[in-house]
Write a protein that binds this ligand. Sequence first.
Ligand code: S3P
Length: 166
Amino acid sequence: MSGPLLVLVGPMGVGKSTVGQLLAERLDAGYRDTDDDIVAEQGRAISDIFVEEGEAAFRAIEKQAVRRALSEHRGVLALGGGAILDADTRALLAGQRVVYLSMDVEEAVKRTGLNAARPLLAVNPRKQWRELMEARRHLYEEVATVVVPTDGRTPEEVAQAALDAV
Ligand code: S3P
């Protein structure tokens, strides 16, 4: 199978980068994150792209970043939390080993709270989280080959559960 060893998907704040780096260490592989690729390529913060160009433009940029990372990277790859909203991006994940890190709404509110760096959660985080999870859960499940719940688990425990599951 070509492409990364593992692709991590799941909502923002679920721990994709922390767990992803642990997994990369354990697998003796590199770690890559499409959010970081986008910031490096665009020379601006993701929140600035949202404000200046809107979410649709961001998703188009993100799709190209995912495409490139899937073809170039052979280690652990984490995608931005909303990457799965794009049907083309979901199609790119077919045949990959995709780990969905899941959490429930209360865990999400607890972990992220109000975070200005996360433009989708600017107001009323609990309501936003509920809507966001309802809209996205089935899409994460659609692309996932494995689901790893993270509620009440440390990053080390989540990484171990992911390794046991794949
Ligand atoms: C987003 C998640 C973020 C980032 C952007 C949009 C989302 O990534 O791509 O702010 O729509 O859920 P993380 O999941 O890495 O925070």
